[in-house]
Write a protein that binds this ligand. Structure first.
Ligand SMILES: [Zn+2]
Ligand SMILES: [Zn+2]
Length: 81
């Protein structure tokens, strides 16, 4: 059975991945890093699905969990993490 890979990534306002160090408000810690500020999160799946969320990682994780259920082929299976 193929295992889907679902990940949640922090992103900038233009949708590019933010791998920078940021403070709790999403502002770059290092202004010379080229970071434009973290404005949201993007949940992606190896099947090609993706969902963009503003500000709250919690919402992206919920979206991700909802999508994960669409891949459940065995009703009794419970997947965590
Ligand atoms: Zn960044
Ligand atoms: Zn998927």
């Amino acid at each position: 059975m193929a295992r889907r890979t679902l990940v949640t990534l922090p992103v900038h306002s233009d949708g590019s991945t933010c791998g920078h160090e940021v403070n709790s408000r999403g502002k770059p810690k290092d202004e010379t890093s080229g970071c434009t500020g973290r404005t949201g999160y993007k949940a992606t799946c190896s099947c090609g699905w993706s969902s963009s969320i503003q500000y709250l990682r919690l919402l992206a994780d919920e979206d991700r969990a909802e999508h994960a259920r669409t891949h459940t082929t065995v009703p009794a299976a419970v997947q965590t993490g």
